[in-house]
Design a protein around this ligand. Structure first.
Ligand SMILES: C[S@@+](CC[C@H](N)C(=O)[O-])C[C@H]1O[C@@H](n2cnc3c(N)ncnc32)[C@H](O)[C@@H]1O
Length: 336
């Protein structure tokens, strides 16, 4: 919160009221990140750090009380996040004005010098990711084993597979099954790394796929579609799920991992990854999110799945699990 307020200070330090547009102009917030500025303003108002008046806008209120940087490292360590990941959160906060103004790209901080260690800390090497990836592995293995009884190979598509954190776990659950695994992402950077990493698995193939452009009208059909921390990038969630429905064979399933709420460290770091390129349409502008947020709640995902012709069969962790509070979920849903 403190980092957000420091970035917004040039617009709010005079103690007066300012509209979101005035704040954006004064801070020189890049147009493509304006949706994120609105999220910050909502959060800061909700926390009492800003006062909001519908006719006049926002002005500073109370200073936030929050843990300092030493606590950030301790909290990360407690949750199993690497020191590199804590460094990333720290440097995102330190570079927040540059990120907001698009002078610094969050990718430079997340993949310093092309290195994947920090991203691995985010998507694999921590307690919640271990849990989610294991749950995804079990869900995929269960569906694959059922389908393998009817037809072979079981055809699996992974969207936005990235550093392969979920892939690693999922493929251990497929050993012994006849599988054709299509590992895809937007960028050859990830495909090249994956080719090396998964070289021991000849049943894996690699390709560029943009879920916003390449799903509709695709001629290939799959039995399982996997997406870990990627489906929220859909321009329109309902359309994307209907496209996945049409891409799946009857009896197939979609298995995905999603954060269902953004916390402060995400709002000042990873969220910058989710802004559309300059001039491109922002994800969620015309769907249930109305351009104001990226993540859907658990209930919204289940509703959207049903509306697209899926039956949700699994959402983990359950409400009484200690990790429920971390607001990340694995969903598995069957194509009706
Ligand atoms: C947050 S990363 C998650 C990576 C990986 N699935 C994991 O959890 O370890 C999101 C990934 O989705 C990819 N991505 C973003 N937009 C996409 C789109 N429209 N279609 C396909 N992939 C996309 C990015 O390139 C990135 O690798």
């Amino acid at each position: 919160m403190r980092a957000m307020l420091t970035t917004l200070a040039p617009a709010l330090d005079d103690g007066g009221f300012h509209t979101a547009d005035e704040i954006a102009a004064q801070v020189q917030f890049a147009e493509r990140h304006h949706w994120l500025l609105r999220r910050w303003l909502d959060e800061l108002t909700g926390e009492g750090c800003l006062e909001y008046d519908p006719s006049r806008g926002y002005r500073s209120a109370a200073a936030p009380s929050e843990p300092g940087s030493a606590d950030l490292y301790r909290i990360c360590a407690d949750l199993g996040y690497s020191p590199q990941f804590a460094d990333f959160l720290r440097s995102s906060a330190d570079n927040l004005t540059g990120l907001a103004q698009d002078r610094v790209r969050v990718q430079e901080l997340l993949f310093p010098g092309g290195d994947m260690l920090t991203a691995e800390g985010a998507y694999r090497e921590n307690i919640i990711s271990h849990y989610l990836n294991l749950a995804a592995r079990e869900a995929v293995a269960g569906v694959a084993a059922r389908i393998a009884g009817d037809r072979a190979p079981v055809r699996i598509l992974e969207l936005g597979a990235g550093i392969g954190g979920t892939t690693d776990e999922v493929i251990t659950g497929l050993s012994g099954l006849p599988v054709d695994y299509h590992f895809t992402d937007l960028s050859t950077f990830f495909l090249n790394a994956a080719r090396e990493r998964f070289a021991a698995h000849p049943w894996m193939r690699y390709g560029i796929m943009d879920m916003n452009a390449d799903l509709r009208g695709a001629t290939d059909r799959y039995d399982i579609v996997i997406g870990a921390n990627v489906l929220h990038n859909a321009l329109h969630i309902g359309d994307m799920l209907r496209d996945l429905h049409d891409l799946l064979n009857p009896g197939g399933a979609v298995v995905f991992v999603e954060a269902c709420k953004a916390n402060y460290p995400l709002l000042t770091s990873m969220k910058f990854l989710m802004s559309a390129a300059p001039g491109a349409t922002h994800p969620g502008k015309d769907d249930i999110r109305q351009g104001a947020r990226i993540f859907l709640t658990e209930d919204e995902w289940c509703d959207q799945l049903r509306a697209a012709g899926f039956t949700p069969m699994l959402v983990l962790p359950e409400r009484d699990h200690p990790m429920f509070l971390l607001d990340q979920r694995v969903f598995a849903a069957l194509r009706d």
